[in-house]
Design a protein around this ligand. Structure first.
Ligand code: FEO
Ligand code: CA
Ligand code: CA
Ligand code: CA
Length: 592
């Protein structure tokens, strides 16, 4: 239950009701305020936000170059890196955040125009500059108000920032292009969804739906055709191909799309550093990357591939993260190791299957000439070894106390049969159709022996989302109704913070809830709704200061279908993705 007294509960706040309001709501005793919306100036000439694009018919708007000096659009995964030790680090840090995609009508027109695509090269360049990552130095004044610092540490990484490859696919034939014949210098990052951070102080940004930015011209064959098909490359979202030939896939130059779908490592403390695409972590529609250090010091990274019937992966490094060979960062523990994909069994057990060249059918006869090819074709390799198809694997999280790993499975309209951790294949409806997993669920597992490098695990269903009262199989109570779990974090007190992106019961706005992760296997955890988003937004991205007294959460794509003016700063009515800063009015730890 989620109402009534908070006494004795890990969830030390009064649950709030579902919302349809165009404002952020948090429980009594908390405050929430918007921060660094899309267009906030952080670099160069610090151009103020002005909606619209001059070349797209709005002369008063920001140019492409100005967008590159401002916070990008569609805030998503996010990490706070303290810039000082001790308490000062709770008031001064780098906020690093992803900009997943764009709503082109708001970008270029400032208002809702269904189906709008840029018509000019300048418009396309602005769109590319609104993607990527922002590094923003922030400080908390004595008044308690957080502000952007006009610092040389601030940085924008966009869809055209020079990057490097590392790991086994570096220079591989399948990542070579006419513009980069050596296959070593990719440009930019796309559709940056979730994130991760390493104990050596770097940020991981995940390239999710990169496939949609390309246009395929002509008839491809062989590997090119197989890769385009398996990853769904095509669609020319945002109309980039008309003005930027890099986003046209042709039989003569088929590999640009293979240079996306990676996890990219960024050193946020070195603004001139080159972001690195770590190919050992595989190529998929990467949702997020949760880094866990195993007992023996090796690095484990849990990663979901967000599409219906795709898989969940983990990488285990070959060497401990603090091995002397990694001093100076010329080499990285993320470049050498084993990528595994999960197979879940119905008996509550599971195994991690290695994707290693030469093993389990990953051979030249089956189209895998070497480990680089296994990684460029990660999805095809996982098909070959018999991984378990899942209901859109989104974020992973590790309970810092128990080591239990959590995974949100957001929904799956195509599911027709129960399978492994996917419990739902509803009986046929009145029209004889089988109904998929509409509301999503959360799976958790424990690695054998509590060892994150183990190849076996046991798993449990943490909860099944939905309207409650057992409707559609949901295990939550009606007052805790939610759907489409996506963002996820388990805090050190073992609160699982759940963020939603998709249809909610009763048409409510997307939201953030907390659940008690201390619940043993097969018990129903207590859940309470903590925050409700604005009209049309998703709630995604979660970070805190080290003392957990300041919480950062992102609202992405407010008013995506119209109907929102949030955050309404400086009288601007164009809805803008923004971070929300949540604090407890008594200065306490969030959630207590
Ligand atoms: Fe970008 Fe799967 O959410
Ligand atoms: Ca999203
Ligand atoms: Ca997401
Ligand atoms: Ca999602």
């Amino acid at each position: 239950g989620s109402t009534g007294t908070t006494a004795g509960s890990l969830l030390g706040f009064e649950a709030i009701p579902p919302s349809g309001l165009d404002e952020v709501v948090v429980p009594d005793g908390y405050s929430a305020r918007p921060f660094i919306p899309w267009g906030t100036p952080i670099l160069g000439f610090f151009p103020a936000f002005r909606p619209g694009t001059p070349s797209e018919g709005v002369p008063t708007g920001n140019t492409a170059d100005e967008q590159a000096q401002q916070v990008g659009m569609h805030h998503d995964g996010m990490t706070y890196f303290p810039l000082a030790s001790g308490d000062r680090g709770n008031r001064h840090g780098l906020l690093v955040l992803n900009h997943e995609y764009t709503d082109e009508y708001y970008l270029h027109q400032g208002t809702f125009v269904a189906g709008y695509e840029p018509r000019t090269a300048e418009g396309v360049r602005k769109s590319q500059n609104a993607h990527g990552v922002s590094v923003v130095e922030i400080a908390c004044a004595a008044s308690g108000e957080w502000q952007v610092v006009r610092s040389t540490r601030n940085r924008r990484i966009t869809a055209s920032t020079p990057m490097a490859f590392s790991g086994p696919a570096t220079g591989h034939e399948l990542v070579r292009t006419t513009a980069d014949r050596a296959g070593r210098r990719p440009l930019g990052t796309l559709n940056n969804c979730g994130n991760g951070e390493t104990p050596w102080g770097t940020y991981l940004t995940c390239e999710e739906n990169f496939n949609g930015y390309f246009r395929v011209d002509g008839t491809l064959d062989g590997d090119s055709a197989a890769l385009v098909k398996r990853y769904g490359v095509g669609g020319d979202r945002n109309g980039w191909a008309a003005h930027d030939p890099r986003f046209v896939v042709t039989p003569e130059d088929p590999n640009e799309a293979n240079r996306f779908g990676w996890v990219v490592e960024i050193d946020p403390f070195e603004p001139d550093s080159t972001p690195v695409k770590r190919t050992a972590l595989g190529r998929l529609k990467h949702e997020d990357a949760t880094v866990q250090i195993a007992r023996d010091g090796r690095v484990v990274v849990y990663m979901g591939d967000d599409q219906v019937n795709e898989y969940v992966y983990k990488f285990v490094s070959a060497h401990r993260w603090d091995h002397p060979r990694f001093r100076g960062r010329a080499q990285s523990p993320l470049d050498e190791g084993t990528l595994y994909v999960a197979r879940f069994s119905d008996d509550g057990r599971g195994e991690w299957i290695p994707l290693v060249h030469g093993e389990r059918g990953l051979t030249p006869e089956n189209g895998f000439a070497d480990q680089g090819e296994v990684l460029v074709k990660t999805r095809l390799a996982a098909d070959e070894v018999g991984a378990t198809p899942m209901d859109r694997p989104e974020w992973t999280a590790v309970d810092p106390d128990s080591g239990t790993v959590y995974l949100t499975l957001t929904n799956n309209a195509d599911r027709t049969a129960p399978n492994g951790p996917n419990p739902r294949a509803f009986p046929p409806d009145a029209d004889g159709r089988r109904v998929g997993n509409k509301w999503g669920h959360i799976v958790r597992w424990d690695e054998d022996g509590g060892d994150h490098t183990a190849t076996g695990f046991r798993w449990d269903l943490f909860l099944l989302a939905g309207p409650g009262d057992g409707i559609d199989g949901s295990t939550v109570e009606p007052e805790d109704a939610f759907g489409s779990p996506d963002g996820l974090w388990v805090d050190p007190d073992r609160r699982a913070w759940i963020q939603t992106d998709g249809t909610q019961p009763n048409g409510a706005n997307n939201q953030m809830l907390a659940a008690d992760a201390r619940a043993p296997y097969r018990a129903e955890p207590e859940v309470r709704r903590f925050l409700t988003g604005v009209v049309g937004c998703e709630v995604t991205g979660i970070a805190t200061t080290p003392d957990r007294r300041t919480l950062f959460v992102n609202l992405q794509h407010p008013g995506e279908d119209g109907g929102s003016t949030w955050p309404r700063l400086d009288g601007i009515e164009t809805p803008r993705s923004a971070t929300v800063i949540v604090t407890k009015e008594d200065g306490g730890v969030i959630g207590t």
